[in-house]
Design a protein around this ligand. Structure first.
Ligand code: SF4
Length: 475
């Protein structure tokens, strides 16, 4: 089975119960954003921009738990912001588990190893020692960290921690191989850290999923290689979705990077082009989407939007109408269901009912439509897909590893070089982008990259230069 039986049964029971009650709209997954603070500034992220004035605000623990109880979604995706920064993340997970919910902790991976070390320290004993020894031998913890795990103080022993359970997945954000991922998250080394965290999690016994957003620049061949690599790390499943044309991210891109948003986001036709091989990927890799949604992404069918099934709760309340678009915040999930005019959103027979929905094929709107379809054929296809055998992990190989680490690891990082170039420029020295005595100004719009540069890196270079100039002026 692709998804564990107990979890599948829980979701099936929830759907059946609501159908028997005659409830037409109900929550399947709660997107819970206890905070919007993040340690990264990913290029396409709408949250850190839309909620830039409330980045320091937190949803109190009790309010998070009450929101989950009110909408009663069987699955909760704890996102943000970076949820591992939330000061009561452990208590939040414990509270949601006490409510019996399936949990996804959507993380950029940077603090995962710290959280797992805390768990090992709190539970350390003879049974844990072989795991600690293995992590040490595989370079996933240092000698000093191993000693801290072996000799926890009173506070470390008593700490509530995030331990492995079949009801919880780490859901690690990975948008490509090393070069691409680090470029999108705007920091070198993040891909490498994600891989270390995934390897450590699998050794300890956690379930690990990954989530990938596909942008206009995403290369499908690279995505396939990324799935091969992640599968070889024994990742349990993958979610994948096209990106969305966030108003806030779009404005930010124009302002900070001088980019035309049309260069960055996807139209429906482009989504279909990028996802044309998704059914084959679904057979080769453990994709978590329903085959009905995958067919929709590949352009083989239309679906209505069911954004009400994946509500979002955050520092301002219940965000509506959906995870990606904000037209208001409400005081309760019931208000969202009754006050939002759902006829105004999504698509009908492929025609957008709202201009902001025109290019949206996001999982947060359409995935539930696949899962909740009442057509007999769809139910059969979904069941066959989920109850069928799970694809085998892709065989690990030195070639695959070498292909994955195609950025900072082999000295082809973008930010370090960009920063060095800016520092040189500001100090009057020759830029690292001036090669053979010429300014590095030629055009890469045709996609050529023979000199090792790219439009993305140039954009980042411009951004770093702006930031540095502002810094220098402020001195
Ligand atoms: S189609 Fe997309 S943008 Fe429109 S309501 Fe649905 S999820 Fe939101």
């Amino acid at each position: 089975m692709r998804f564990p039986l107990a979890l599948t049964l829980k979701i099936a029971k929830h759907i059946t119960r609501n159908r028997l009650k005659g409830t037409s709209k109900f929550a399947m997954v709660l997107q819970l954003e206890p905070l919007h603070t993040c340690n990264l500034t990913c290029t396409g992220c709408g949250r850190i921009r839309e909620y830039s004035t409330s980045l320091k605000d937190l949803v109190p623990l009790e309010q998070c738990l009450a929101a989950a109880a009110e909408c009663d979604a069987p699955m909760v995706s704890i996102c943000g912001g970076e949820p591992l920064i939330y000061p009561k993340i452990e208590e939040l997970v414990a509270g949601l588990r006490a409510q019996g919910r399936i949990l996804y902790i959507c993380t950029n991976g940077v603090f995962m190893r710290k959280k797992m070390r805390e768990h090992l320290a709190a539970t350390y004993g003879p049974a844990v020692e072989p795991t600690v020894a293995r992590l040490l031998s595989e370079g996933l913890i240092t000698e000093k960290e191993a000693e801290q795990i072996r000799n926890p103080d009173e506070a470390a022993r008593k700490k509530v921690t995030l331990g492995p359970t079949k009801w919880m997945y780490w859901n690690v954000h990975v948008d490509g191989l090393e070069y691409t991922h680090d470029l999108i998250v705007e920091r070198e080394g993040v891909f490498k850290e994600c891989v270390l965290a995934i390897r450590m999690a699998k050794i300890i016994g956690y379930q690990v999923a990954t989530n990938t957003t596909v942008y206009k620049e995403t290369n499908p061949a690279e995505l396939e290689q990324m799935f091969q690599f992640l599968s070889s790390l024994q990742v349990d499943g993958h979610t994948i979705s096209p990106g969305y044309d966030y108003d806030a991210a779009k404005k930010d891109m124009v302002k900070r990077l001088g980019r035309d948003p049309k260069d960055f986001f996807l139209t429906r036709d482009l989504v279909r082009e990028k996802f044309k091989d998704i059914r084959r990927w679904g057979e080769q890799f453990t994709l978590f989407g329903t085959p009905v949604y995958l067919e929709f992404l590949a352009g083989r069918r239309e679906l209505p939007c069911s954004a009400w099934a994946i509500p979002t709760y955050n520092v301002r309340g219940w965000k509506a109408p959906c995870y990606v678009m904000t037209e208001g915040h409400y005081g309760s999930y019931q208000e969202v269901l009754t006050k939002v005019d759902w006829e105004k959103y999504g698509t009908k027979d492929g025609v957008a009912l709202n201009p902001k929905c025109e290019n949206c094929m996001m999982h947060s709107g359409y995935e539930p439509s696949g899962a909740l379809s009442t057509k007999l054929g769809d139910t059969w296809v979904n069941m066959k897909f989920n109850f069928g055998s799970k694809p085998r992990p892709y065989p690990a190989s030195p070639e695959l590893t070498k292909a994955a680490y195609n950025g900072a690891t082999i000295g082809k990082g973008h930010l370090a070089e960009a920063k060095a170039a800016v520092n040189r420029e500001l100090s009057g020295a020759k830029s690292a982008y001036q090669r053979n005595g010429d300014d590095h100004t030629h055009d890469h719009s045709g996609g050529g990259d023979s000199c090792g540069s790219s439009p993305e890196r140039d954009a980042l270079l411009a951004k770093v230069r702006d930031a540095k100039s502002a810094e220098v002026k402020a001195r």
